[in-house]
Structures are given as C-alpha cells and as structure tokens.
Write a protein that binds this ligand. Structure first.
Ligand code: MRU
Length: 352
C-alpha cells in the first residue's frame, strides 16, 4: 500500500495524531507533548475508533510519564495512576481503551520490580506503547488476510461508520478486510453509510476509499434497506467497539439496524475486530456500557443548526447487535463462527 495513513504514533518525544474532526477538508497533524491534550483529543473525537483510542491511550500514558516531574519512585507511581485514570475517563464503550491501560499498568509494575532509575522506567513505557502501536497495524494486516477470503470478485460490500486506518494505528479492521481484497486484485465496490450523527462514513471512510482508489458509493443511513431489497449488497462488514463473551457486539449507532436488515435479506453480516476488542468478562451485550454524547451532535451538523431550540434529543453513540445476527467474526487469529457462546471464549482462552 503506497498511500498509507498513520493515525497516531510516537515521534521525537511527542504523540503525533491526525485531527479527524477536520477531515476530509483539512489534513492536519497535531504534535502533543501533554498527555491531557491526547486525552482531550480522544474525548472530542479528534482521535476515534476503538483500536486507535487504545493505541492513543498507551502512547498518551507513556507521554505523561515521560514528562512527569517526579523525583522519586513513589511520586512517579502517583503520577502514573493519575495519568491512567485520566485516560480511563475519556470514553466508556471501547474495550481497547481499557485493554491498553491494563497492558501499560502491567508493563509499569513489571518495570518497577526490576528497574531502579526513573528514566529507565519511563523508557520501558515508551517502548511498550510503541510496540502496541506497531502491533496494531500488524494485527490489522493479519485480520485483513483472513477476512479477504470471504470477499468474492464482483462483491458490493456495505460498511457502517469508519473501521479503517483512521480507526486504528493504520490499515483498519473492516476496511482492512476490504483493502486486503482490493490488494488481492478482487473487483469490488463499497457502499458507505454516511453514519449520522458525526458522519464517520461520509467524512472518513469515503476519504480513505477515495484516497485508495477503491470504487465506492456514499448513501445516507436510511437507504441501506432499499439497496439490500434491490439485491445491490452481497456482503456487510463492520468493526466493533466491544464484544461480549457470547458474541453480542457494540458498534456505532445504526449497526444493529443494518444487521437486522441483513438477516431479513439473507446477506452475510461480518464483524472484524482484534482480540483486544473482546471483553471476556462481560457475558452478554446487556452489560456493555453505552456512551451518550452531546445533544448538539444531533441538532447540528458540521456547525449548521438543523433543529429548533427546545427539542428533546437522545444521542447514544453505540448500539449492540445480538450475536444471532452475526455470521462470523474476523480476527487476527482467523474467523470465529457460531455457536459464539462456545467459540468466542475458546479463542480468548487460547490466546492468553
Ligand atoms: O465514536 P467512534 O467514531 O469512536 O466510533 C467508532 C466505531 O464505532 C467503529 O466502528 C469501531 O470503533 C470499530 S473501529 C475499527
């Protein structure tokens, strides 16, 4: 891939990230040396998408520790806790965020047990965060290789939200599968749901596909059912923010509607996600925390007011697709097929 997008990475003692709020109009990279700025960027969707949030948190934790003024181990430990808490309070749904914080905590505690110098401790956090970042891209490529087998020459594939390079450290999950199929020379076409309220499909997925030269058509969210009825969609592939042990999957609001429509029209519905998105501790989708966001995301669009002042608004950012609507999961360990109640815990158990 010549056109590769790097969403968030470490460079010259700083965290660098593309400001996704400004896309597709402006391509700006922010260079941050303040972990609070990285945490704020996750909150305001400058950095978004579950794996990208996890990677940004890992890099942000390393950044916070790197610039800590602590002069003793006890003071550094106290700073580290505050930094981790700050990231844990950014967004509640993406499992990858909490997974990354756990990995960074484990790294810090192990380093504390073996290293004395504060600089060495800080360096081990940077090394670990960069490893998580690089590994995310490798995982997506692996996942793409497994998933592209599902895609046939001539397929029209529908996707919802952005599960592309921008939602990860690079390459993407659902869009990684699409990229891999395209790179394998398959003749494919993608239908992109615009994904209100924040338009991750229209702004981000469309931007990635146009950049890559993959044939794609943008539709509004309410058109998907009509396209399926017309026989225009052969496969559906989306990402996920958190997947329960029974296979219930939280993803961007609107995914559930697409899954129900897919079942009604007998269209395979795939969810592509790394194992770090699976939450084995949560039995079913009922226990997945669903973020509610600012009502202004619904009443306004790109700064334009659409609704009268005083109207009530409900703005859940995610919904949960019950496992019975999911044909298979695509992961870096291969495909996971039903019965998910058995197969998901088996894959999670064998990867520990
Ligand atoms: O609110 P967002 O933009 O962070 O939501 C993102 C999604 O729902 C993605 O589909 C999901 O994180 C998978 S990204 C590989």
């Amino acid at each position: 891939m010549t056109n590769s997008i790097r969403t968030v990475y470490w460079e010259n003692d700083a965290v660098v990230f593309i400001d996704q709020r400004l896309l597709p109009g402006v391509e700006t990279y922010v260079i941050s040396r303040d972990y609070r700025q990285v945490a704020a960027a996750i909150k305001d969707l400058s950095i978004r998408g579950a794996p990208a949030i996890g990677v940004a948190a890992a890099l942000g934790i390393a950044l916070g520790a790197h610039y800590s003024q602590a002069l003793s181990l006890a003071a550094l430990k106290a700073d580290f806790e505050v930094i981790c808490t700050t990231f844990s309070q950014t967004r509640p749904t993406a499992r990858n965020l909490f997974w990354a914080i756990e990995v960074m905590k484990k790294c810090f505690h192990e380093a504390c047990a073996t290293l004395q110098a504060l600089n060495s401790l800080k360096q081990s956090l940077i090394t670990e965060a960069c490893r998580i970042c690089g590994e995310d891209i490798a995982i997506n490529r692996q996942l793409g290789a497994y998933g592209e087998i599902l895609i046939a020459n001539g397929d029209n594939i529908l996707t919802h939200c952005n599960a592309g390079a921008l939602a990860t450290a690079g390459y993407g999950t659902a869009l990684g599968v699409i990229r891999a199929a395209w790179e394998a020379g398959k003749r494919i076409h993608v239908y992109v749901d615009e994904t209100r309220p924040v338009l991750q499909g229209a702004r981000l997925t469309a931007w990635e596909l146009v950049r890559e030269g993959i044939p794609a058509t943008l539709i509004t969210d309410n058109m998907a059912g009509f396209l399926m009825k017309q026989g225009k969609v052969q496969k559906i592939i989306v990402g996920a923010d958190r997947i329960a042990a029974n296979g219930d999957a939280a993803n961007k609001i609107g995914t559930y509607s697409v899954a129900v429509l897919a079942k009604a029209h007998k269209i395979p519905f795939y969810v592509a996600a790394p194992l770090s998105t699976f939450d084995g501790a949560i039995k079913t989708g009922k226990d997945i925390p669903i973020e509610e966001r600012d009502p202004a995301e619904v009443t306004c669009c790109q700064g334009v007011v659409l609704a009268p002042r005083g109207i009530g608004v409900y703005n859940p950012a995610f919904d949960v697709t019950p496992h019975s609507y999911i044909t298979a999961f695509v992961t870096e360990k291969g495909l996971i097929h039903p019965p998910f109640r058995k197969t998901v815990p088996a894959v999670l158990g064998s990867s520990r």
